[in-house]
Design a protein around this ligand. Structure first.
Ligand code: BG6
Length: 488
């Protein structure tokens, strides 16, 4: 007998920049993803610009724009997020397919620059506001509850380029104005919200790119402003509609020490603090953990934090903890010969686990471990709002798509959630990532597919955008209909 409650929120998730497309339609302004090319598992995505002499150039994430240069869309590159999978024109069809699968909840995000093209406007673009309103109405028609991420990696490019982005305290106010617009416009249509997607990414993946004190200074400052922005948005959201449930969203990578060397045990613990607890503690408990001082001191970080900020953090704690879960990593202080390759993976290879083609370890026990640990820490309702396997799909001659590997992945993770429920975790929802194929955030590829629904679109931007049902579509439909009972 499975332990999912009768109103458990089964569903799927996407993000505006990876699903919507329509990047320059109806008054939308660009975001960083619109000047970002595709990459592969081994080659990074590039950010494109024109320098002050008119020469074309590229950067990788974290690198600074040269003096006088401007971000630009260049004709010699393909930008996968421009059209993505055209949810902008297919949302009715996509939501109907989610309805057919029996979704109770669909997680999506609102593109900030579709409402506020530069981020600085006082009033939103009406076409953008109506686009999302119509989408929410469509979800309601299909008995699907929206779960709305307010920020999913898409600060308007103008704010990033001309105003210092999240290193400028004023960005807090621009974000809160955006969030307030969402809470006001969609009052009654949306009850469940997330402020920042994978807020901890800023610190978690930093050491993969660079390790300078300046980089840490910027990362912790950026996070502090986002914490304050989130706390203020939570208060505004509650004031506008007290029934709103507003959550944090953490990139939940479970981590284990690779050996029983006490140095590895401590390094692993410190890794949990820096990468997972740092953000969750501020957003759930309303204050920085005791270890925060150590983390700052390690890199000589001096933050702009005011007394008023600390008050805001206390008043703006979230109602629920949500996280993405794809994999676990091994942490060690020892030199290892067998490192895991692939985007976003860190550390040594775990010989007990299998790895995906992108180097991500399949580890359902890590999900149970994470759920139990986090629930015990915060005692707030939890949702797993991303989980899935990025994999290659093959379309057969008759158009069918057989994806047993995806079904196997989901089965063991749903079983893990069931165990956590049995052990007392207040898990209230599950939205699988990329329930319809979308552009990969990490690599910009289309061939890294997660969906139950296949989209005919390739890495070069060729395809009809037609949707078709994979085998996993019918399987997930059965899982939802049986409320997690029938996983065969
Ligand atoms: C999370 C993000 O990092 O993982 C999503 O919230 C992303 O936006 C997902 O798509 C999977 O990562 P990727 O790189 O396979 O798209």
């Amino acid at each position: 007998m499975a332990h999912f409650s009768k109103d458990f929120l089964w569903g799927g998730a996407v993000a505006a920049n990876q699903w919507e497309g329509g990047w320059n339609l109806d008054g939308r302004g660009p975001a960083m993803t619109d000047v970002t090319t595709g990459g592969t598992v081994n080659t990074p995505r590039l950010i494109t610009y024109i320098d002050k002499d008119g020469n074309h150039g590229t950067l990788t994430r974290g690198q600074k724009l040269p003096e006088g240069a401007k971000y630009a869309v260049l004709p010699e590159y393909h930008y996968p997020n421009h059209d993505a999978v055209d949810g902008y024109h297919h949302y009715k069809e996509d939501i109907a397919l989610f309805g057919e699968m029996g979704f109770k909840q669909f997680r999506m995000s609102i593109s900030w620059s579709r409402l506020f093209p530069t981020g600085l406007e006082e009033e939103p673009v009406q076409a953008g506001v109506e686009f999302y309103r119509d989408m929410f109405k469509e979800m309601r028609k299909n008995n699907i509850e929206p779960l709305v991420t307010i920020w999913h990696f898409d600060t308007p490019l103008y704010l990033e380029e001309h105003c210092g982005g999240w290193l400028n305290r004023e960005t807090i106010d621009h974000f809160v104005r955006f969030a307030k617009t969402c809470f006001t416009e969609y009052k009654g249509l949306v009850h469940n919200w997330l402020t920042f997607n994978e807020i901890n990414n800023t610190i978690m993946f930093l050491s993969l790119r660079e390790n300078s004190d300046e980089a840490y200074q910027n990362a912790y400052q950026h996070l502090h402003y986002q914490f304050v922005a989130s706390a203020k948005a939570v208060q505004v959201g509650h004031a506008i509609d007290p029934t709103n449930q507003i959550g944090c969203m953490i990139c939940g990578i479970a981590r284990y020490p690779a050996t029983c060397d006490p140095k590895d045990i401590l390094a692993n613990r410190h890794g949990w603090e820096q990468n997972i607890f740092y953000c969750g503690d501020v957003q759930c408990k309303g204050e920085y953990g005791t270890y925060a001082k150590r983390l700052w001191n390690e890199h000589g970080v001096k933050l702009d934090i005011t007394e008023e900020d600390l008050e805001e953090l206390k008043k703006g704690t979230v109602d629920m903890y949500t996280f993405s879960y794809y994999m676990s990593n091994l942490i060690t202080t020892h030199k290892v010969s067998d490192m895991v390759g692939g985007n976003f993976s860190l550390g040594a290879r775990n010989e007990y686990l299998q790895y995906s083609d992108w180097g991500w370890a399949t580890d359902p026990i890590g999900l149970q471990y994470y759920l139990e640990m986090i629930y015990d820490r915060y005692h707030k309702p939890i949702m797993v709002v991303e989980n899935g396997l990025g994999a290659y799909d093959t379309v057969e001659e008759d158009g069918s798509i057989h994806d047993p590997f995806r079904i196997d992945y989901y089965r063991v993770h749903i079983e893990a959630m069931d165990k956590a429920l049995e052990n007392g975790v207040d898990l209230i929802g599950y939205t699988t990532w990329g329930c319809i194929d979308v552009v990969s955030a990490g690599t910009g590829e289309m061939r890294k597919r997660y969906g139950f629904i296949y989209v005919d679109m390739d890495d070069e931007g060729k395809g009809s955008m037609a949707r078709s049902r994979k085998d996993s579509f019918f399987w997930y439909k059965k899982v939802i209909a049986s409320n997690g009972e029938d996983l065969a």
